[in-house]
Design a protein around this ligand. Structure first.
Ligand code: A3P
Length: 268
């Protein structure tokens, strides 16, 4: 509420937005790399700290940080920050600005659920694990962090169709299938198109799951008091839900996905 009431956007602000477990860490890393340009290993920001340090998530910044990360109110321009908030809750100053850009990333709901299930269970004792049936049930009812998943996605989707120059809408699966195309799209949107294919490949390699997962800062560090950095890098594959969900869960989720997205032109 304070953020909504007090935040003033600046012309070259870039806000990354996502529902949880849809690829925010990867998108943060890619944008940090593009904005930083080609740097040697010792200057590479991703080597120095986790992407969540460099791109603060507004609503968790002050609640959980062990050490204060960058403050969006005081960080220098061009500001790169992130939120899980639904579009409708964003400050008007961001929504009404023609120059402040938003990049939204979403993911197949079934993989999102499995990713979230692992992420939350990671911190629980074996006897406290939430049954997947219950998680799927709640998801279908719209009980989800930051509000119902489909409404979250559809709000950004509809706004991106109205204002494609302001909101870039991405899918995790597209990034996995054709990373070069998607990363080139992000760079162009940020006003930093690649001069050559080699620079594009450098960014892709710097942000690959294998590299980020194995950086010392992500193997042993934690920027939040309650989450280890390694928890942000798990498998990073498409279709992992098949190893966990029953045909009943699949059917339930396919049905609600079809119902919610019908007529929108969006497929997940
Ligand atoms: P899985 O749990 O399916 O492995 P978020 O960053 O929004 O929390 O999303 C987390 C998901 O993104 C996790 O998916 C994680 O493994 C995956 N991920 C993190 N970094 C990635 C990268 N560099 N490339 C691909 N996937 C990545």
């Amino acid at each position: 509420m304070v953020f909504k009431a007090t935040f003033k956007s600046k012309p070259n602000d870039v806000l990354l937005a996502s529902s949880i477990k849809t690829g925010s860490t990867w998108l943060k890393a890619i944008c940090v790399s593009i904005m930083q340009g080609n740097k040697e290993e010792e200057e590479d920001l991703l080597v120095k700290d986790n992407p969540h340090f460099h791109v603060p998530t507004i609503e968790v910044m002050h609640s959980y940080s062990k050490t204060p990360t960058h403050d969006v109110y005081t960080m220098p321009s061009p500001r790169l920050f992130h939120t899980h908030l639904p579009y409708r809750i964003l400050p008007n100053s961001i929504k009404n600005s023609n120059n402040c850009k938003i990049i939204y990333i979403t993911r197949n709901p079934k993989d999102t659920i499995i990713s979230m299930w692992h992420f939350f269970n990671n911190r629980k004792r074996l006897e406290d694990l939430s049954p997947l049936e219950e998680v799927v049930e709640n998801f279908c009812k719209g009980v989800h962090p930051y509000g119902p998943f489909f409404e979250h996605v559809l709000e950004y989707w509809e706004e991106s169709k109205k204002m494609p120059q302001k909101i870039l809408f991405l899918k995790y699966e597209d990034l996995k299938i054709d990373p070069k195309k998607e990363v080139a799209k992000i760079a162009l949107f940020l006003g930093k198109p690649f001069d050559n294919e080699e620079d594009l490949e450098i960014v892709l390699n710097k942000c690959s799951m294998e590299r980020l997962k194995n950086l010392e800062v992500n193997k042993s560090g934690s920027i939040f008091s309650h989450i280890h950095n390694s928890a942000y890098f798990r498998k990073g594959v498409v279709g992992e839900w098949k190893n966990h969900m029953t045909p009943e869960m699949e059917e339930q989720l396919d049905k609600i996905t079809k119902l919610k997205l019908q007529g929108s032109g969006l497929e997940l």
